[in-house]
Ligand binder design. Structure first.
Ligand code: 6R9
Length: 678
């Protein structure tokens, strides 16, 4: 998650990185033979010298009403406009254009949590019908029009992409808020985007419980009104069509039950709006450590072209594939790689309700087996959790992945190898995709049909992306120099956010503040995009992301990436998860402190603590010796599964843990605090 704290000195990151170089692993011949992209000349074609014209190859994957007049307009840099003057519609590209050949193909497999509900399969024809009907409702009942914003606070359901695509059809800008977010997080986003319509669902299942979701949004409406934005229409989808499964009463004059209202529009067709490429498609809020969340604004043509190309070339999706991305649609990964990318390619995309580990550790692999999923996409946090609860579980099921993705955090080589050997049975190609909410699609990854994999490294910039690493003075750190710095991207790309909704200045300062020398420059060369991540580039060009700039710890003038220490801890077989935080030290400046959780059934003992400490000294050296090794029952995590090092850091430094109520497991914070502070 990006935040404003990224404008910090990268002097912290001038480090000699002590992580041994991992061996390269080649994807199988079988994989390469079927891969979408095996032509190595792509890197030449997509060289900086050919920028920006090479990106028309991506735009050509889409169907346009009118081709663009200009590939890249830099006149309002760094708010770049891609494929200027071109006209298209995202819902048309994800649905209508597939009907002639593939109307009977499954677009969405929806897997409900209660296993006796079985899976529902929505064909492209049915998706077309349902998106048209809901678009008619949005237009006529909710009185929405092109350019309006709508907040969508829905759980994982087939109705969520239907809602998004219906908005896209009529040119309404959607702002999806992760379903697990609280009423106040939702209200902030309603206010910031000036949404007068909120779309929700009455209830949903999570780990065995049917949650009353409408209640959360009743509260969100009240809070939004206090914040200055009245929600005049709340559209409520029913989890069980035909009956309300929330005890919260309807609010007269505001609430409309979608499933009833839709009857007025059965059979309706709505012409897709011909959107300019640069018109916004959606907002995705991303939180900062300071200030209110930022609405990353993504455009229609550039974004859709970019995610379609990434799904095709990096995720290697073919129309005949069954593809499952385990993320929640409420995050950017779900937008780009459950909805827009895969559907633009006419793939079958799996959406599931619930959590991967309920009712038991085999759920994910059962879903994969039942639907014959062959491309699987998840995050290190889920991989670690699945490894923890059921390391041998995948072997019990019949499924065959040809390709797997990891995203969201650096992955420890140890965890990577379990993913590769056990989940992928040593056969599936893995791509480690490094990117951000703001970037729309991938920045760094291997192209699986061209390059070998390196556990723990994302890979080089994807074709067209030209990374560069700067130190805090703006000096370039050359690949192979062994030092880490702030990884930036030299060139704009079509998936890049257009601006922060309603706050151009914040966009400029947060992402370009440090390395741009002339705020009035109209040249793209003057606006390297600052990711705010520390990374080191090996001599082969592979990028290893160490974490946010502020995740780098300076110990006695030696700098250590928290990930290196965590990786070392994870080489101890009993350890399931590890997190390192910096603790202030009078003489050394900072000292790392380590938190670990153990695999099930393993007891915390002083011997084990010592074993972990020794592993770190062994793997990295005495320099990385931790002040303490705390064995905790679980790690504090966000709802999206990101390990909250900030919270652990506050505990270690006896500081304020801040508001932890939006965490997935707030109760664990107090337990750890007692353990550490006594
Ligand atoms: C897509 C997404 C972005 C931050 C990013 C970085 C971290 C993402 C990564 C990775 C190492 C990877 N990150 N992918 N770190 N390897 N493959 O996660 O977006 O939620 O905005 O987070 O996540 O620190 O800056 P977002």
């Amino acid at each position: 998650m990006s935040d404003d704290s990224k404008i910090v000195s990268t002097s912290e990151a001038q480090i000699a990185v002590h992580w041994k170089e991992e061996e390269l692993i080649n994807p199988s011949e079988e994989f390469i033979a079927q891969a979408n992209l095996t032509d190595k000349s792509i890197y030449e074609r997509f060289s900086l010298a050919n920028f920006p014209d090479y990106y028309t190859e991506f735009a050509d994957l889409l169907t346009w009403y009118k081709k663009w007049d200009e590939v890249l307009d830099t006149s309002d840099a760094p708010c770049f406009k891609w494929f200027k003057g071109g006209k298209l519609n995202a819902s048309y590209n994800c649905i209508d254009r597939h009907l002639a050949k593939n109307k009977n193909k499954t677009a969405i497999h929806f897997v409900a949590e209660p296993e006796d509900e079985r899976v529902s399969h929505i064909t492209y024809q049915e998706l077309y019908t349902r998106v048209n009907e809901f678009a008619a409702l949005l237009k006529n009942t909710a009185k929405l029009k092109r350019g309006d914003r709508v907040t969508i606070h829905m759980p994982m359901s087939a109705e969520l992409p239907i809602t998004m695509l219906a908005c896209a059809r009529i040119g309404v800008i959607h702002s999806v808020v992760f379903g697990g977010f609280s009423s106040s997080a939702c209200a902030d986003r309603v206010v910031d985007s000036n949404s007068r319509v909120l779309i929700t669902m009455d209830s949903y299942y999570r780990a065995g419980k049917l949650l009353n979701h409408k209640e959360v949004d009743d509260e969100a409406c009240a809070l939004a009104e206090k914040g200055g934005q009245k929600v005049d229409t709340m559209l409520v989808w029913q989890r069980y069509p035909g009956k309300m499964s929330s005890p919260s009463p309807l609010v007269e004059g505001r609430d409309i039950i979608v499933n009833q209202e839709l009857k007025k529009y059965y059979g309706a067709l709505v012409e897709p709006e011909q959107m300019l490429a640069e018109e916004p498609l959606f907002l995705m809020y991303t939180s900062g450590t300071t200030g209110k969340p930022k609405g990353a604004q993504h455009g229609t043509g550039g974004y859709l072209a970019y995610v379609t190309a990434m799904s095709k070339y990096i995720q290697d999706i073919h129309p005949e594939d069954v593809y499952w991305c385990m993320a929640d649609i409420g995050w950017i990964t779900g937008h780009s790689f459950i909805v827009y990318g895969p559907l633009a390619l006419c793939a079958s995309s799996v959406i599931y309700e619930g959590v991967p580990t309920y009712p038991d550790a085999g759920r994910s692999w059962r879903i994969a087996q039942e639907l014959d999923v062959n491309i699987f996409h998840t995050a290190p946090t889920a991989i670690r959790a699945l490894r923890k609860v059921g390391p041998d579980e995948p072997q019990k099921y019949r499924y065959k992945f040809k390709h797997m993705t990891t995203v969201g955090e650096p992955i420890e080589p140890e965890v990577w190898r379990w993913y590769y050997n056990v989940v992928g049975r040593g056969e599936a190609a893995i791509v480690d995709t490094y990117w951000q909410t703001e970037t729309g699609g991938f920045l760094c990854s291997t192209v699986p049909g061209i390059q070998p994999m390196k556990p723990g490294s994302a890979g080089p910039g994807v074709p067209g992306i030209h990374p560069i690493v700067f130190d805090e003075t703006g000096e370039v750190l050359e690949p192979g120099c062994g030092k880490a710095g702030n990884i930036c991207i030299q060139n704009p790309w079509p998936g890049m956010m257009q601006t922060v909704w309603g706050d151009r200045n914040r966009f400029v300062e947060s992402y370009f503040g440090m390395y741009n020398k002339d705020r009035n420059s109209k040249k793209w060369q003057d606006w390297p995009y600052m990711t705010g991540d520390a990374a080191v580039v090996a001599s082969d060009g592979y990028v290893r992301v160490l974490g946010r700039i502020d995740d780098v710890i300076n110990v006695s003038g030696h700098r250590l990436g928290t990930k290196e220490i965590e990786s070392a801890a994870l080489t101890v077989p009993e350890v399931a998860e590890a997190a390192v935080v910096p603790v202030a030290h009078e003489i050394k400046g900072k000292e790392p402190e380590l938190y670990v959780s153990l695999k099930p059934g393993i007891e915390a003992t002083p011997e084990l603590q010592k074993k972990v400490a020794d592993a770190i000294t062994f793997q990295i050296g005495k320099i990385a010796k931790c002040k303490n090794v705390w064995i905790v029952p679980d790690m504090p995590k966000t709802r999206s599964g990101k390990l909250m090092r900030r919270v652990l850091g506050a505990i270690s430094n006896k500081g304020d843990v801040g508001n932890v109520m939006t965490l997935a497991n707030p109760e664990i914070v107090e337990e750890i605090r007692k353990m550490v502070q006594g």
